[in-house]
Design a protein around this ligand. Structure first.
Ligand SMILES: *Cc1c(COP(=O)(O)O)cnc(C)c1O
Length: 405
């Protein structure tokens, strides 16, 4: 007689891991957006002011971007049907790459499915196991994953510590492998800017490749949002510039800019490019329209910075720890409210939500243990009354929970 053996669930250890998170108070449920992604929106049936999204310029709902997407769908359908190298390269993908290359003033550009795959695919394609990656300790996870996939040796330097980066480079200068110096342009959790000119000096001194991840600077820093290379005027000194189309640009995607040779090489060797289907034409069309908006509506970037200056100043006045010593560490629309304890941070976020403010708590492992925080992000489209209301609630709930006096 056949017996049905009672099978013990081989994934039960995952439940135990989740229990541990519940105990620590950092377990979360996904909040579900039921309206457009905009400064005032509806999550889980509740109307809130959103100070958490990366929608820096309000482009997720821009009428011209919607039209561009719809137009592309009508003309070309909804999918590309293949990876780029098989038969999924559409004219509109090439147009987007050419447009980005002109915007960034470089020879060429390749677009990936996301900023994540742009970083991971590029770092792992250009380096191998004899090589060295000199990387800021706060660099984004996609850089770290790319570095691991490359099997190169990873030498981490303390956050923005040029002397330490120099020591790391010096320690391998006589080794035959290639060296890559890599930094975020804007650090996503603290909102500070990477020291590009000094890192370029080091890369030049040691003959290293220089790479920057401009995910949070695309559309935010530099002329018309050209990024940190433009912000610091280090044109021609950064070999590999990564950017995202998913944040300020309002849609989805990542890109790599550099020499024609670099881009040709990535067309042949970057695994996400070779093995994952290209964007639907509507996404490419949206991104092309977004680039046009950056050039034609620079006032959006001005409003973003006005809101940033106002909000940062008021957060400081309320007495929140917004990072840094005497001056705030953040120099961009990202302003962290450092709480420290993960559980208290998550409680702060939940209480804010109850009072109509969506501000996400971020804890370990996204940020180091003991550095849990609410990360606030400004948008060009927040109105002054919305920001005033957000500040009023932040102050009131912050006091109630003993986060500020
Ligand atoms: C968000 C982010 C990415 C990933 O970009 P996506 O387009 O969302 O995949 C890469 N690097 C940094 C620094 C980021 O903040």
């Amino acid at each position: 007689m056949a017996t049905t053996a009672t099978r013990t669930d081989p994934l039960s250890f995952l439940g135990a891991a989740m229990d541990e998170l519940r105990q620590k108070g950092t377990h979360f449920k996904l909040r579900v957006l039921e309206s457009e992604q905009s400064p005032e929106c509806t999550f889980d049936g509740k109307r809130v002011i959103n100070i958490a999204s990366n929608n820096y310029l309000g482009l997720t709902t821009h009428p011209r971007l919607r039209e561009a997407a719809l137009d592309a769908i009508r003309k070309y359908g909804v999918g590309s049907g293949a990876v780029r190298t098989v038969c999924g390269t559409m004219r509109i993908h090439m147009e987007l790459e050419e447009k980005i290359a002109r915007f960034k003033n470089v020879e060429a550009c390749v677009v990936f499915q996301s900023g994540f795959t742009a970083n991971a695919g590029t770092v792992s394609a250009i380096l191998g196991k004899e090589d060295f990656i000199i990387s800021d300790e706060l660099n984004h996870a996609s850089i770290i994953d790319g570095a691991r996939l490359s099997r190169a040796k990873i030498l981490v330097f303390r956050h923005k510590d040029i002397a330490h980066a120099g020591q790391q480079l010096a320690s391998v200068k006589d080794q035959p492998g290639r060296k890559l110096v890599i930094t975020d342009g804007v650090f996503s959790m603290d909102g500070d800017i990477g020291p590009l000119p000094q890192l370029c000096d080091l890369a030049e001194k040691y003959g290293a490749i220089m790479m920057v991840d401009d995910a949070h600077s695309s559309g935010v820093l530099g002329r018309n949002g050209r990024g940190t290379v433009d912000h610091f005027n280090v044109h021609g000194r950064v070999d590999v510039q990564v950017g995202t189309l998913s944040k300020a640009m309002g849609a989805l995607g990542g890109y790599v800019c550099g020499s024609r040779e670099l881009i040709d090489f990535l067309y042949h060797r970057a695994r996400p490019f070779l093995f994952s289907t290209s964007h639907p034409p509507s996404v490419a069309a949206t991104c092309i329209a977004a680039l046009e908006i950056l050039e034609q509506e620079p006032e959006r970037i001005e409003r973003l910075w006005e809101n940033t200056r106002f909000f940062k100043k008021e957060l400081g006045t309320l007495g929140f720890n917004i990072g840094g010593q005497n001056t705030p560490a953040s120099e961009t629309p990202i302003t962290p409210i450092i709480v420290g304890d993960g559980k208290l941070t998550m409680e702060f976020s939940r209480e804010l939500f109850k009072e109509g403010i969506l501000a996400t708590g971020i804890a370990f492992p996204t940020v180091p243990e003991g550095k849990a925080r609410i990360r606030t992000i400004m948008s060009a489209t927040h109105t002054r009354p919305e920001l005033e209301q957000a500040l009023e609630v932040l102050g009131r709930v912050g006091k109630r929970l003993g986060i500020i006096q």
